[in-house]
Design a protein around this ligand. Structure first.
Ligand code: EPZ
Length: 424
């Protein structure tokens, strides 16, 4: 198994290009099932999660090819299978998103329920209720969702989500594109990945409007075509490297980004005393390592609020801040698994239900650590950059799910970080 060894203390200086967004790419990949023509995604990140999605799509009959750069071509000319088995769905929840496109194009599908995961129970009830509102008949049996559409074609309908869900919004959009008639989705999530998916679907000939607001309208069409679509830059990767630069100190320019997608983070970082300069497609993060970091409270919220996917990384910075800060997690019920690991490096963190109180500044020291999800793992990298001595990060496969060439991107800016493989 791979480990990452990181010796802290080096300020970071340089430029880091950002990759395409994992959480957009996975849904865009599912969209290929809606058409018998090729869908070409550029700026596609090369990650364990996208490889896993490609593996499931291959099982359904999709041919995929990646070029040496970051162009991924998916061709679902013939769907040869409408069952997504447990072993291909259980590892990653986003695979569940094949259900909607399969139903829309094939009129029936059987997809394993994804189950819970380390950060919370994460049910899919909203997804299933939305498909029923579009005319699908759904049965749950032996851990599978068996869905069919009487007459073969979904019907446009009104879906009011009881609370905001990124996955349910995207999944319902995917399914409604090929329905007969118009669908109106209310109380939708507004994340940039949703607008990205809508842009791609429209490039394929769909008629989606309002994505990025709380009401999305989809006029169903009979057929979708192939398209070329560039994956939106990864705002979570961007925020992660911004926090890494702040924790280590130095000056780093992040390129190929959409700075406006991280406004909540920039405002929290500025309050913490970090200098943020934004250009059209770049952001510069600067902090003199001798300048103290100020404690800032955050509360995770759906976009445009502070993202849950950056809460662990922000905590990695706050352990270094002077005074007490409170991190409130409102999206997932169990997303503080990084706290005990950060404490092993010398942080003072007390978790009470959905709140974590962080008291700093901690004098961090390197330690062997491990974490159970990808954002938690990368918060340990952030803390390790500011720690004295060597941090050994185990279970690197979590990082590989969502961060492309992490060691290379950080070491180019002066971090002393390397991957070791025990088999070597
Ligand atoms: C997406 O998950 C992201 N994953 C998550 O990123 C991200 O943390 C999350 O959105 C919130 O921004 C992908 O895009 C692949 P939700 P998703 O549906 O869609 C509850 C990462 O680290 N809920 O908005 O699954 C749910 O349990 C990952 O990259 C239901 O109760 O999130 C949660 O408490 C982790 N029933 C809340 O809603 C449902 O049917 C919001 O979840 C659906 C969701």
């Amino acid at each position: 198994m791979d480990r990452i060894l990181l010796r802290g203390g080096n300020p970071l200086h340089g430029e880091i290009p950002m990759s395409g967004a994992k959480n957009s790419a996975l849904k865009l990949m599912a969209a290929c099932l809606l058409t018998d023509e090729p869908l070409v995604l550029s700026n596609a990140p090369r990650l364990a999660d996208t490889r896993f999605m490609a593996h499931l799509l291959a099982h359904l009959g999709v041919h995929s090819s990646e070029d040496a750069g970051s162009v991924l071509t998916l061709n679902a000319k013939d769907i040869t299978n409408t069952t997504a088995p447990y072993e291909l769905v259980r590892k990653m929840r986003a695979t569940f998103n094949v259900l909607g496109p399969l139903l829309a194009r094939m009129g029936a599908a059987k997809v394993s329920l994804p189950g819970g995961c380390a950060i919370g129970a994460r049910p899919v009830d909203l997804h299933l209720k939305a498909f029923e509102a579009l005319g699908a008949e759904i049965e749950l049996s032996e851990g599978y969702v068996e869905a069919k559409v009487p007459g073969g074609r979904l019907k446009g309908g009104r879906v009011v989500f009881p609370f905001v869900s990124v996955g349910a919004t995207e999944h319902t959009m995917l399914a409604a594109t090929l329905a007969s008639g118009t669908s109106v989705l209310e109380n939708c999530a507004c994340e940039p990945e949703i607008a990205d998916l809508a842009g791609c679907l429209n490039a394929m000939g769909a008629k989606v409007s309002g994505a990025g607001t709380s009401t999305i309208t989809i006029e169903g069409v009979e057929k979708l075509s192939g398209a070329h679509w560039p994956v939106v830059p990864d705002r979570i990767e961007t925020g992660t490297y911004a926090l890494a630069a702040a924790a280590a100190g130095g000056k780093v320019r992040l390129t190929q980004v959409r700075p406006q997608h991280n406004d909540a983070l920039w405002s929290a970082m500025e309050q913490a005393g970090v200098t943020i300069t934004q250009g059209e497609d770049w952001v510069e993060v600067e902090r003199d390592p001798a300048t103290p970091i100020k404690a800032v409270d955050i509360e995770t919220r759906p976009y445009p609020g502070f993202p849950t996917d950056l809460q662990a990384q922000f905590m990695g910075l706050m352990v270094l801040a002077e005074g007490a800060s409170v991190m409130t997690e409102t999206i997932f019920e169990n997303r503080f698994m990084h706290a005990p690991e950060l404490s092993r490096m010398g942080a003072d963190i007390h978790v009470r239900g959905r709140e974590a109180v962080v008291r700093g500044p901690a004098k961090l020291t390197g330690a062997p650590v491990m974490a159970t999800d990808l954002r938690a793992s990368v918060s340990l990298v952030i803390a390790g950059l500011a720690a004295k001595g060597e941090t050994e990060i185990n279970r690197v496969y979590h990082l590989d799910r969502g961060f492309e060439r992490l060691e290379e991107k950080l070491s180019r800016c002066g971090a002393d970080i390397r991957r070791v493989n025990d088999r070597e």
